[in-house]
Design a protein around this ligand. Sequence first.
Ligand code: GDG
Length: 490
Amino acid sequence: MPDNQELTIVSNRLPIVMNFDEQNRQWNGKPGSGGLVSAMNPILQSRGGTWVGWPGMVAEKAEGYEQSLREVIEDIGQEAGYKLEPVMLSSEEVEGYYGGFANSVLWPLFHGFPNRCDFKPEFWEQYVEVNEKFAAGLANTMEPGQPIWVHDYHLIGVAEKLRQFGSPGNIGYFLHIPFPALENYVKLPWRADLMRALLAYDLLGFQSGRDKRNFLECVERLMPQTNIVHGDTTTTVEVQGEKVIVGVFPISIDFDDFNERAQSREVESRMERMREELGPYKMLLGIDRLDYTKGLLERFYAFEELLSRHPDLCEEVVFFQLVVPSRESVPEYQALKREIDRIVGRINGRFSTSKWQPIHYLYNTVDIAELTALYRHASVGVVTPLCDGMNLVSKEFCASQVDESGVLILSEFAGAADEFHEDALLVNPYDTVSTAEAIYEAVMMDEKERRKRMRRLRHEVQTHNVYWWANQFVDSLHEPSTLVEASKGE
Ligand code: GDG
């Protein structure tokens, strides 16, 4: 894409954090943080452009204060160097589109848990309406022909609606979560509608070869009128005279940011404190949002198995698990939290001694310095989701391992396994005994082998960082023939 061509980013949430100051009756706000924001910032700042998304509060809450809300958002955008365009949603829309279709249908289905789906027709209707609302907002704010990059499962329908409004530009879509296998995808009552919506894009990006293969299999089976062409450089789906380019773009992190912070004074003093508080034991580390896809219970079962098979590790290792609160109003997530509490209590009750407790479990968020100190202090990173689009924790762990001494245990069902399969210890998280044995192998691994593996893992994250990811996608959006360099792995 020419460097001067403006870009529009669309995601469920705008990259801002808003707060209503009850006392002064006004909105306050600040820029959001996180990988996607840091990746998009330089691109939007150099090319100029707009970020379209929901500001995070329901429209009813903003009633009477819309003008001041828009002004605050505009100011944050001006400071960031690009335009922020809010799409306001009512509480009913948020419930049906976000809590309903996105998080109670697409999230479980795409992660391979069809029994957890709530296929309510109202959810689908709200999803279609809200996607149309986003498209209408876009059509009003964009220059005709401006390229658009839509993110994630909340907004699959945006391109199709935009086409109906007559938008001619290149529209790309990146799915942050996995694309399901055919036998799960076909359970969706609206499978053909959603497939048509996906095929309305010019460029479709997936996290891993697995997701791309699953998608193409679904296209082949459900859309017989399409033609899939596997060229030397690209995979193209031809549908009614239009071409959709399909590629793999593994998302990544800002390597330098973690690498530099991990060597800072602040992080070193936090590690010192950790050593004092946790004791002189090797630390196994898990960091996850509270979610049934992350394999938290299975991980604790594997740790319990480890301690019973290898009692020599008692008073030698501790497991530090940080669980970040997420979707707390959903009963299923509350039940998962209770089950984690119970299992942690059981394991600690069974194995603790007067001077040692095997699991340290924190249900909270920590600041970025603390997070980085945990990554650096850990001897083993235990990343064992049952299914995950990519898993950034695995990459942040490697980037923070500046001493090159830690070992990564990684689920073969995380997208990151595509890149890390040679140097991480890959596990099937459903296999408790093998996972326990992999943790044992990691704890016992000699220093030379650890260093060799971690050095290569770090090199992979350093060379394929989040800026590489974003630039490859944006370049492919402009010129699909560049996809061969962009796309990693098949
Ligand atoms: C979705 C896909 C895909 C965690 N605790 C704290 C904290 N975190 C940050 C981590 C990491 C992020 O949260 C979690 O990212 P993941 O990739 O592991 O997982 P999801 O949230 O499920 O993300 C996933 C991702 O999208 C990107 O495409 O990789 O597969 O499911 O960055 O650092 N950050 C801070 N304090 C915490 O306590 N500051």
